[in-house]
Design a protein around this ligand. Structure first.
Ligand SMILES: [Zn+2]
Ligand SMILES: [Zn+2]
Length: 369
């Protein structure tokens, strides 16, 4: 603990960094006095955590992953996510672009919502990530810590001797592996049995994909209409061929078609992580068990093998007592703590504290009276 740097977002609107604490009690009394909006600590360990950045003396860092709905396109992000260019005021829906399409500006005001569908898709990506970390990299669940971020995603943190000294370049290699970047899709010898790694993953994924695929699915991944038709009509032949590795002819299906299908499988099985977070060896990450200032929900630890059944809208609730009278300007329908609320539009309501805090954090409501 005393080797990490701590940082805090204050309600006064600035960031306090380069703090260090030697005991949990010391940290706790600091939190009680300063009451920050958000609390962070470094994935890195330093000789002098309180020194200037280049004088800290980097010792090593945990390996961290951030899976956030902000980086996963969903059907609903165009409904509930909106960005406004700080430079020219242009407004768009969905995933925030890197540059404003009008003025090339790079600063945006972003409104997002922790919706069920988005969090479900973040969970799916996290499960794919965990699968690779355990099966391919061989990390044990004692080294892997999984958290709900308190907003729109999950954090995975690996604390292990083996990752400590990895530099940014080594971490980038891990990122590329997990995102399937630069994957050179060569035809697999499907007569071989693949027990681990991307080969196993692609092999399974192709079978699953073709099994469920419609003609439209195949056209969507870039196959010509007549080829798509031929594969769908000869689905069983294709699947048998794939498993046996001996290719009985389906008219027109050659190496190029197989390559397209395999490339699609890589895309399906890669995990959509925020790549910048993992390669940043000085990164500040949200402190576990603290409130996320965007929602009032807790960054919550969960056992890696229980992620499927984890319900962020229940288990991350911090405020469990009382109600608050509010004026809500605009809020979608949402679920929290086993209750469903809204949608609300310019109306007075009395809500349980956790729901009220969420709407206030999201700038959608004000306290009455
Ligand atoms: Zn702009
Ligand atoms: Zn959504």
């Amino acid at each position: 603990m005393d080797r990490r740097e701590f940082g805090f977002n204050l309600f006064e609107g600035f960031m306090l960094r380069h703090k260090s604490f030697s005991t949990p009690e010391e940290l706790k009394s600091f939190l009680e006095i300063s009451i920050p909006m958000d609390a962070y600590y470094s994935c890195a360990y330093y000789e002098n955590p309180t020194a200037e950045m280049d004088r800290k003396g980097w010792i090593g860092a945990d390996l961290i992953f951030d899976v956030d709905a902000d980086h996963i396109p969903t059907d609903c992000d165009k409904v509930h996510d909106e960005w406004t260019c700080s430079a020219c005021g242009f407004v768009g829906k969905g995933v925030t672009p890197e540059k404003c399409p009008i003025c090339n500006g790079e600063k945006f005001n972003v409104t997002t919502w922790p919706c069920e569908t988005c969090l479900e898709s973040a969970k799916t990506e996290t499960i794919k990530l965990l699968d690779m970390l355990m099966d391919d990299f061989g990390f044990s669940d004692r080294e892997i810590y999984v958290f709900f971020s308190g907003h729109r995603g999950y954090h995975v943190q690996i604390e292990s001797e083996t990752v400590l000294a990895l530099d940014a370049i080594a971490r980038k290699e891990i990122v590329d592996y997990i995102t399937g970047l630069g994957f050179n899709v060569k035809p697999l010898d499907t007569t071989q049995r693949y027990f681990y790694g991307w080969r196993k993953r692609i092999n399974q994924s192709v079978l699953e994909f073709i099994n469920k695929a419609t003609e439209e699915d195949l056209v969507r991944i870039g196959l010509k209409r007549n080829l798509a038709k031929a594969i769908i009509q000869n689905k069983n032949v294709f699947l048998e061929n794939w498993v046996s590795g001996t290719w009985r002819n389906i008219k027109g299906v050659g190496p190029e078609t197989k390559r397209r299908i395999m490339e699609h499988s890589v895309k399906m099985r890669s995990a959509k992580i925020d790549t910048v977070v993992t390669t940043d060896i000085h990164r500040l990450i949200r402190l576990p068990n603290t409130l996320n200032g965007k929602t009032g929900l807790k960054k919550t630890w969960l056992p890696a093998n229980e992620i499927e059944s984890f319900d962020p809208f229940d288990e991350a609730i911090a405020f469990k007592k009382g109600t608050v009278p509010l004026f809500v300007s605009d809020a979608p329908r949402f679920r929290l703590g086993g209750e469903t609320f809204g949608p609300y539009k310019r109306q007075k309501v009395e809500l349980p504290t956790s729901a009220a805090v969420l709407l206030i954090c999201k700038n959608k409501a004000e306290v009455l009276g």
